[in-house]
Design a protein around this ligand. Structure first.
Ligand code: NDP
Ligand code: 8X3
Length: 251
């Protein structure tokens, strides 16, 4: 029987690439995000790969919406094998004394609380079945703190801590918990971070070859496809031209 994966933030970037990769490997998919039009477009693409797809349009910051969408799945969608906690964002890049509290709330509510709300709904079924794999998308920002990254780095450090905590809590139930922590990946991430400033977003990826979403889909598929006795706890992956959060070799 085909396996089922839930992917949060499948409307763009890493989540979308992961959905395509999992469909290529015969996973049926529950894809989520706030943009229904994009979910529908992706569903059509995925169904060309002969898998079943359920789209759920909700904001991960809204606990009630998360519970309604994921807590009332049709019977045939309830046995979730993989949860990819990917939805996330950075908003702004500046010193703490100039921070916008609205940006802070968006990051904390999405990257930390959203991940918790989704996990809280899906994990009990995995525990009951004593089977499953939770994959959290962290970041180099969860390993290091860099200038002006303050709150985004704090949220990804929280993801790092929560991943370790979840692994401990899930240990008795045969549930794998993995974190994948990328460096620079060219997606819509910087466009969102810089509030739609395309030139500034583009400049982040200039002068070196950044990762692309497909590179992270490779990592996601690698961790999912290990044998049952093997868990990848944490995978830090950067462009060859990046050595740390701030150190790049640019042309
Ligand atoms: P994108 O901006 O391309 O994708 C982000 C995805 O998250 C979108 O599908 C978006 O969907 C979804 N999302 C954002 N906010 C919400 C919300 N409130 N509710 C539901 N879905 C939401 O960026 P990436 O693909 O790069 O980002 C994916 C993850 O990777 C994030 O957690 C990010 O922090 C992390 N990451 C990214 C790196 C990079 O360099 N790009 C490096 C390290 C980590 P929609 O807008 O439709 O809701
Ligand atoms: C995204 C990568 O370096 O902008 O998490 O924090 S970085």
């Amino acid at each position: 029987m085909s396996k089922i994966a839930v992917i949060t933030g499948a409307t763009s970037g890493i989540g979308e690439a992961a959905a395509l990769r999992l469909a290529d490997n015969k996973f049926n998919l529950i894809i989520t995000g706030r943009r229904q039009e994009r979910l529908t477009m992706l569903k059509n693409k995925l169904e060309e790969r002969n898998v079943r797809v359920l789209t759920l349009c909700f904001d991960v910051r809204d606990e009630e919406a998360v519970n309604i969408a994921l807590g009332n799945l049709p019977e045939e969608w309830r046995q979730i094998d993989v949860l990819l906690n990917n939805a996330g964002l950075a908003a702004g890049l500046g010193p703490i004394q100039e921070g916008e509290s609205d940006d802070w709330s968006r990051m904390i509510d999405t990257n930390v609380k959203g991940l918790l709300y989704v996990t809280r709904v899906i994990a009990p079924g995995m525990v009951k079945r004593q089977s499953g794999h939770i994959i959290n998308i962290g970041s180099v920002a969860g390993k290091e703190v860099y200038p002006n990254g303050n709150v985004y780095c704090a949220t990804k450090h929280a993801v790092d801590a929560l991943t370790k905590a979840m692994r401990i809590d899930m240990l008795p139930y045969n549930i794998k918990v993995t974190q994948i922590s990328p460096g620079a990946v060219e997606t819509e991430f910087s466009l969102v971070r810089f509030h739609g400033d395309t030139a500034r977003a583009k400049s982040i990826y200039e002068g070196y070859e950044s990762l692309v979403a497909d590179d992270i889909a490779d990592c996601i598929w690698f961790v999912i496809s290990r044998p049952p006795h093997v868990n990848i706890n944490d995978m830090v992956v950067m462009p060859a031209a990046q050595a740390s959060a701030t150190l790049f070799h640019k042309e």
